[in-house]
Write a protein that binds this ligand. Structure first.
Ligand code: COA
Length: 275
């Protein structure tokens, strides 16, 4: 984690992140810590969390760890309670824990489908629902990590598509219900992002990555830093009037998907006989 940051815009704030030990969640935690927030990294693997927290504290930040599975409400609840006792009321919650594997509907068992729904959707509900009593109100910022899957059906990704669509709606409902408490709830919608578990699982060969880059309007993959910057913005006073939104950080890749679908639709239409 780089030490050089002039403005610490989250000084005195407290952040709790599931999936905080690695990937996008960790990079967001690092960004929050660089800006003065105390961060609690929650996840399933103690050694991964410890190493991540050490990276932050070695760079001068303040970080703690909470070993939990987001599918277990009582564990999430206990971790949030401990965070508020050790660090103070919670200003920022990020639900970044996620599960994914590519499989067609007929290639996944009911339990396989449920595993992803449980981690992604139920895990996000558990995290936000359990956090509410420990939030600083008014002022808290809740962020769930969605994906283009929420709005674009993707083959071999039915479980993630269903979970992410539901997560976006869940966050909008929380924005509605908790607006009166001064709590904001938003989604970040990452596109293909370099060095992530998602890219490893969904584009495991270099030629698949090349295809994604070739089709991307900005001609490259995104970076975890760019997602962290969006999370920082959504958690800063600059976003005080922003709630209930889903914000892509995807280099325009979602536009291309809908564009190619339109092309296919036009081709199909041109083959139809005029009535
Ligand atoms: N194809 C089909 N089914 C699969 C599968 C695959 N590639 N991988 C797992 N499953 C099924 C398992 O067979 C099991 O179903 P069954 O009991 O009917 O056999 C079910 O999914 C649960 O698997 P299990 O390994 O017991 O679950 P888990 O809770 O330990 O792990 C996963 C959850 C499967 C999502 C796992 O990939 C995970 O933990 N991922 C976390 C990290 C991650 O995915 N990051 C990417 C984010 S984009």
């Amino acid at each position: 984690m780089s030490k050089v940051f002039k403005d610490r815009i989250l000084e005195g704030k407290v952040a709790f992140l599931t999936g905080g030990g690695s990937g996008i969640g960790l990079r967001m935690a690092e960004r929050f810590a660089q800006h003065g927030a105390k961060v609690m990294l929650a996840g399933r693997r103690a050694e991964v969390l410890e190493a991540a927290a050490k990276g932050i504290t070695d760079a001068g930040g303040i970080a703690g760890t909470a070993v939990l599975d987001v599918r277990e409400y009582a564990d999430v609840d206990a971790a949030l309670k401990r965070t508020s006792e050790e660090f103070g009321l919670i200003d920022i919650v990020v639900a970044a824990a996620a599960g994914n594997f590519p499989a067609p509907v007929m290639g996944m068992s009911a339990n396989g489908f449920k595993a992803v729904i449980d981690i992604d959707l139920i895990g996000t509900f558990n995290t936000m629902r359990a956090a509410f009593p420990f939030l600083r109100k008014p002022g808290a910022s809740l962020i769930a990590i969605s994906a283009a899957h929420a709005t674009t059906p993707i083959p071999f990704q039915s479980h993630v598509c269903a979970a992410k669509a539901a997560i976006e709606m869940l966050m909008k409902c929380m924005a509605l219900e908790w607006g009166q408490n001064g709590v904001r709830a938003n989604c970040i919608v990452p596109g293909p992002t370099a060095g992530t578990e998602g890219m490893k699982r969904l584009a495991p060969a270099p030629e698949l990555e090349d295809q994604i880059i070739a089709a991307a309007p900005l001609g490259r993959l995104g970076t975890k830093d760019e997602l962290a910057d969006l999370a920082l913005f959504l958690s800063s006073p600059a976003a005080n009037y922003i709630t209930g939104g889903s914000f892509p950080c995807d280099g325009g890749t979602s536009l291309i998907k809908s564009g190619s679908r339109m092309e296919e639709a036009w081709k199909l239409a041109s083959r139809q006989k005029p009535r």
